[in-house]
Design a protein around this ligand. Structure first.
Ligand SMILES: [Zn+2]
Length: 293
């Protein structure tokens, strides 16, 4: 980070980065500075006189010959100095938090599943949840265990709260768990996901290969996958924390109703796609009600 000199008043002459020799305090000691009548708080304005020449003593040129080639900045009175920042390409640009964030954030390559999460028709809450699933950031017990495994660990809790059979983990819940598998195998018949089985690897492979497609079918598939992972996670938490048990049929119904509700507000591109989707989901538009034939 540096300073671009205007009035010179906001920039420390010795410590800030404002000229090719900065910071000057690396080669001129505080004692030399104070002996010359300056102090450690002197600004750039303090070391340039009214005719635009350096105020430092002639003797400094013998002591520090690098100063000979240093041109005094042209001072603009009453205009504050501007902080600058070297961007990724090494160019100086004016400092702004946006510019800095763009430079310091680590930029991953765009992930292959990007379109699975961020699409205009998504249900944001479900999208965010799926993002956590993909990153394997849900607080499943296999992940919690690595933090607080100890003598107190309750082994009974370490099994899946839904089936009480296997370990509670991302790959188990989506959708190897017998309950989740039952739900998934039911709801996926509503869409074109017959070839996706109940392993996370299979679901993820589909997302990588297909999620960028913008056809109505794929968009409905995505909404359904997001809703299914979301409501299975809800059921898992309900059982773990509230001791509420919904049947697979209830969860299936919740998922289908949620997707159906979403589709009712959809703007489809073509009437063929629209009719196909509406029919599959038992949604009747007003026109069809008026003209059932
Ligand atoms: Zn289970």
């Amino acid at each position: 980070m540096g300073m671009s000199i205007r009035s010179g008043a906001q920039t420390n002459a010795w410590c800030d980065n404002w000229c090719p020799l900065s910071p000057i305090s690396t080669f001129i000691t505080p004692r030399t500075i104070t002996n010359a009548g300056f102090n450690m708080y002197s600004s750039v304005a303090d070391i340039v006189d009214d005719s635009g020449d350096w105020r430092w003593p002639e003797a400094w040129y013998d002591l520090f010959p690098v100063l000979i080639n240093l041109q005094p900045p042209s001072v603009v009175h009453n205009v504050p100095d501007k902080p600058t920042w070297k961007d990724l390409d090494g160019k100086d640009s004016y400092f702004s938090s946006k510019e800095v964030w763009n430079n310091i954030r680590s930029r991953g390559a765009t992930v292959s599943w990007f379109n699975m999460i961020w699409f205009s028709q998504c249900i944001p809450r479900h999208s965010f949840h799926l993002w956590l699933v993909i990153r394997n950031k849900l607080k499943t017990q296999d992940r919690l265990m690595t933090w607080e495994a100890g003598s107190e660990t309750n082994l009974r809790l370490m099994c899946c709260p839904i089936c009480r059979y296997d370990r509670d983990s991302r790959d188990h819940l989506f959708f190897q768990c017998s309950f989740a598998s039952q739900v998934w195998n039911n709801v996926k018949t509503m869409v074109s996901l017959e070839n996706v089985n109940d392993s996370w690897a299979s679901v993820f492979a589909w997302m990588e290969q297909t999620a960028s497609s913008k056809t109505s079918n794929v968009i409905v598939d995505k909404i359904l996958i997001e809703a299914t992972t979301y409501f299975i996670w809800q059921e898992r938490n309900a059982r773990l924390f509230s001791h509420i048990h919904n049947s697979a049929e209830t969860v299936i119904k919740i998922i289908k109703n949620t997707v159906r509700l979403k589709l009712m507000g959809f703007k489809f591109r073509g009437s063929a796609a629209r009719n196909r989707v509406l029919k599959a989901w038992n949604i009747y538009s007003n026109e069809e009600e008026l003209d059932p034939g």
